[in-house]
Write a protein that binds this ligand. Structure first.
Ligand code: PLP
Length: 453
C-alpha cells in the first residue's frame, strides 16, 4: 500500500496523547498544526482556528510575536544553554530573578527556576519539607489544597490536584489533604448567602487543620481563580477568610499563579486582584508567554529567609533541574514581562474585559447555560439541562466536548471542562477577534443544544 498515511494516523500510531478524550479523536481525527498567526493557529491543511484558549492558557502574546522570537534568536546566538548549579549561571538568569522579585508583590524575596508549573509545585513542597525537617519539625509535611484544583502532574503536584482521575494512579499520597471548592453557584446550601458560604469554607479549613493537627501542616496552596477546575473565581471574601485561618495557625499560604500570573485577571497577579498577600508564588506558562518551558517558585521574605538559613546550615539545597534558569528561557521571560506590562497587553486585558464579560453574559441568557463566570481574560459558561434546578446534562451526552468539537469545525478552539466551556483568550485579542469568538461559540451552542434538547 503506497497511500500516504494521514497526519491523524501518523500521530495516533506514534504518540500517547495526554489528557485527550479518545472517542472524540477516533471519530474526528487529531488536529495537526504547522504554525500560528497572532491569536490564530493553522493546521496541515491550511485551516485557521482562532485559539480562544491561548494554547494551554499560556500563549498570551499570540503565536508569532516578533519581539519574543527576536529575543530567543539573539540569546540562542549569544549563549544557547547553561544550568544554574555549582554557583554558575547565565547573566539572563540573574536578571530574571531580580525582575521577578521586582514585579512580585513582595518587598524582598528569592527565586528558584524549574521547567514547568508541576515541577515548581513539587519544588515548593520539597523546600517546605527540607526547611521543616532541618528546623526539627520532620512531621510538618501535610499540604492542604482544594477539591477540583489543578496543580500539575508530577507526583506531589498531582497529589495536590483535587481531581478524581488521580485515583487511577493511586494518588494522592497520604500527606495531601483536600478541602472544598469555593464555587458558590454550584456548592451553596439551599438559602445560604455568599457570605455564609464563604464562612463555611473558612470554618471547614479551620476544622481540617485542627483535625490533622496544625503542627503536621506545611502549607495551604490555592489558585486565585481555579483554571482547569472550570474557571472558578472564589466566593466573595474567600481569600481574606482563608488567610485569617492560616494566620491563626501560622501556616504558609502559597498562591499557584501559573495561569493567573502576569495580567490574566486584570492585575499583574491574581493575589492583587483578590487582595491577599501570599507567602510564596508559583509561576509558569505566561512567564515566557509560552515561548519556552519554564516555571519559578518566588519565595516572599519570610520563606526566603528561612530557606536561606537552613541552606546555610546544611551548606547546600540539594535540588535543581539541568535546565533550571535556562538562558534562552530567561531572555524570553524578560522580554515577555516587558511585552505584557509595557507594550499594552495588560492594558488590552483591562480595556476589553467589559466586552468579554458582556459576551459571556449574553450567551448565558441561553436556557441551557446555567452560569457564566470569570475574571479578566478567563471565562466559562456552564451548560445545564435545566436552568432553574441547575441540573447537569447526562454525562453520556458529553455536552461540552460536543460544543468544543462543533467550535473546532467553525474554526474556533475552546476548551471543554466538566460541563463548562472555557475561554482564555490571548492578551493580544482585538475587539473584532473577540466578536468572532463569541459569534462562533454562539453558533456552536445553538447547534448542539438544538440537537440534544
Ligand atoms: N498549576 C496550575 C494552576 C496550572 O494550571 C498548571 C497547568 O495547567 C500547572 C500548575 C502545571 O503546569 P505544567 O503543565 O507546566 O506542569
Amino acid at each position: 500500500d503506497t497511500t500516504p498515511q494521514s497526519w491523524d494516523a501518523r500521530a495516533t500510531n506514534s504518540m500517547f496523547y495526554g489528557f485527550t478524550d479518545l472517542p472524540s479523536i477516533r471519530e474526528r481525527g487529531a488536529v495537526v498544526l504547522t504554525h500560528g498567526e497572532g491569536p490564530y493557529v493553522v493546521d496541515v491543511e491550511g485551516k485557521r482556528y482562532l485559539d480562544a484558549n491561548s494554547g494551554l492558557w499560556n500563549m498570551v502574546a499570540g503565536f508569532d510575536h516578533p519581539g519574543l522570537i527576536e529575543a530567543a534568536q539573539a540569546q540562542y546566538a549569544r549563549f544557547p544553554g547553561y544550568h544554574a548549579f555549582f554557583g554558575r549561571m547565565s547573566d539572563q538568569t540573574v536578571m530574571l530573578s531580580e525582575k521577578l522579585i521586582e514585579v512580585s508583590p513582595f518587598e524582598t524575596g528569592k527565586v528558584f527556576f524549574t521547567n514547568s508549573g508541576s515541577e515548581a509545585n513539587d519544588t515548593m513542597v520539597k523546600m517546605l519539607w527540607f526547611m521543616n525537617k532541618q528546623r526539627g519539625m520532620p512531621t510538618k509535611r501535610k499540604i492542604i489544597t482544594r477539591e477540583n484544583a489543578y496543580h500539575g502532574v508530577t507526583v506531589a503536584a498531582a497529589s495536590m490536584t483535587g481531581k478524581p482521575y488521580n485515583e487511577l494512579f493511586g494518588l494522592p499520597l497520604p500527606e495531601f489533604v483536600h478541602v472544598r471548592c469555593p464555587h458558590y453557584w454550584r456548592e451553596a446550601l439551599r438559602g445560604e448567602t455568599e457570605e455564609e458560604f464563604t464562612q463555611r469554607m473558612a470554618d471547614e479549613l479551620d476544622q481540617t487543620i485542627r483535625r490533622e493537627g496544625a503542627q503536621t501542616i506545611a502549607a495551604f496552596v490555592a489558585e486565585p481563580v481555579m483554571g482547569a477546575g472550570g474557571v472558578i473565581p472564589p466566593s466573595k471574601g474567600y481569600f481574606q477568610a482563608i488567610a485569617k485561618v492560616l494566620k491563626n495557625h501560622r501556616i504558609p499560604f502559597i498562591a499557584d499563579e501559573v495561569i493567573t500570573g502576569f495580567g490574566r485577571t486584570g492585575n499583574t497577579w491574581g493575589c492583587e486582584t483578590y487582595d491577599f498577600m501570599p507567602d510564596a508564588i508559583i509561576s509558569s506558562k505566561n512567564l515566557t508567554a509560552g515561548f519556552f518551558p519554564m516555571g519559578a517558585v518566588i519565595l516572599g521574605p519570610e520563606l526566603a529567609d528561612t530557606l536561606q538559613q537552613v541552606t546555610d546550615e546544611v551548606e547546600e539545597f540539594p535540588h535543581g533541574f539541568t535546565a533550571s534558569g535556562h538562558p534562552v528561557g530567561c531572555a524570553i521571560a524578560l522580554k515577555a514581562i516587558d511585552v505584557v506590562m509595557n507594550e499594552g497587553l495588560a492594558d488590552n486585558v483591562k480595556a476589553l474585559t467589559p466586552r468579554f464579560e458582556e459576551g459571556l453574559a449574553r450567551l448565558a441568557e441561553h436556557p441551557n447555560i446555567g452560569e457564566w463566570r470569570g475574571k479578566g481574560f478567563m471565562g466559562a459558561l456552564e451548560a445545564v439541562q435545566d436552568k432553574a434546578t441547575k441540573t447537569p446534562f447526562d454525562a453520556k451526552l458529553s455536552v461540552s466536548e460536543r460544543i468544543a468539537n462543533t467550535c473546532t469545525d467553525h474554526g474556533l478552539i475552546c476548551r471543554p471542562l466538566g460541563q463548562s466551556i472555557v475561554l482564555c483568550p490571548p492578551f493580544i485579542m482585538t475587539e473584532s477577534q473577540m466578536d468572532e469568538m463569541f459569534d462562533k461559540l454562539e453558533k456552536a451552542l445553538n447547534e448542539v443544544f438544538k440537537a440534544i434538547t
